[in-house]
Design a protein around this ligand. Sequence first.
Ligand SMILES: C[S@@+](CC[C@H](N)C(=O)[O-])C[C@H]1O[C@@H](n2cnc3c(N)ncnc32)[C@H](O)[C@@H]1O
Length: 289
Amino acid sequence: MSASSLRSLLIEAEAALASAGYPSAAVEAKTLAEYVLQVEHLVLAPPTVGEEQTVRMRELVAARIAGKPIQLLTGDMYFRHLRLKAREGVFIVRPETEMVVESAIAEARRLAAAGKTRLRIMDLCTGSGAIAIALQTELRALGLDPQVAAVEISAAARQLAAQNADQAGAEILIRDEDVTVWRQWWQGESWDLIVSNPPYVPAGVELPVDVIENDPHAALFGGGVDGMQIPHQIIDFAAQALVSGGALVMEHDDTQGKATRETALQQGFSSAETGLDLAGRDRFLLARR
Ligand SMILES: C[S@@+](CC[C@H](N)C(=O)[O-])C[C@H]1O[C@@H](n2cnc3c(N)ncnc32)[C@H](O)[C@@H]1O
C-alpha cells in the first residue's frame, strides 16, 4: 500500500458508493475525505493522501457500503443551521424534522406577537437535543429568548443533548423522565409551546436494515399496532400542560394524520391541522389550545 492522490482516492470512493446504489455518492465521498483529512473543505487538503489515511478512507467507504450512516462515521450531523454531534445508540435527526421546527417557530412568533414574553417551550423525547437547540438558538436570533426544557428517557441521548447544547451555546434544561408516565412527574407547570418528534412507527412496519441496525429500537416504535401509544400520551400531556392559546407541534407517521387530529380535538384543543413533509405526506400535527 502506498500514498494515493486525493483525486484518485475520491474517484475510487465515489465509484464504489455509486455502484452500491448511494444516490449522493460524490457528496458522501467528499464528506468522508474531509473527515479523514481533518479539513473543513477539500480545497484545503494537500493533493497527496498518506498511506494511513488512504487505508482509513477505504475502511470508511466499506463501512458506509455496509449500511453505517455517514453521521455515525464522521460523528457529525446537520440540522437546520446547526452542526451537532452524532453518536452510536442515539437517534440520528432526520431532515423532515426541520419542518416541525419551522412550524414551531411560526407558532412562537404568533405567541410573541400576541404579547407573550419569555416563551416557555418543552421538547418531549429530545434525543440529541436537535429540536430544542434549534428552537432556542433560532428564536434568540429573532430577538426572543425562550426558556427551553427537554425530556428524554435515554441516558446516552441526554448526555449527547447536553454536549450538543453546550457546543451551540444553548441553555436547555434536560430532564430524565418517561413521557408515558407524565402524570407521575408533571407538577402542573405550563408551557406555551410543546414540540416533539416521538417514537411513532407502527408495529410491523418493515424499516430499512440500516435504520434497524443503527437507530435505537426505543426511538422508533411508538407502541401498539398503530404506533400511537406514545403520540397519544404526548397529546394528552399537552392538553393539560399548554397555556390557553399555546400550541403542540408533533411529528408523526404518514398514516397518523387523521388519528392525531381527532385525538387532539377530543382532548379539547381548539384547532388541529396536519402539516406535510417535502414529499407531500402527512408529517406533523399542529394543534392549538
Ligand atoms: C424518534 S427519536 C427523536 C429524537 C429527536 N427528537 C429528534 O428528532 O432527533 C425519539 C426519542 O424519544 C426517546 N424516548 C422513547 N421513549 C421515551 C419515553 N417513554 N419517554 C421519553 N423519551 C422517550 C428516545 O430515546 C429517542 O431519543
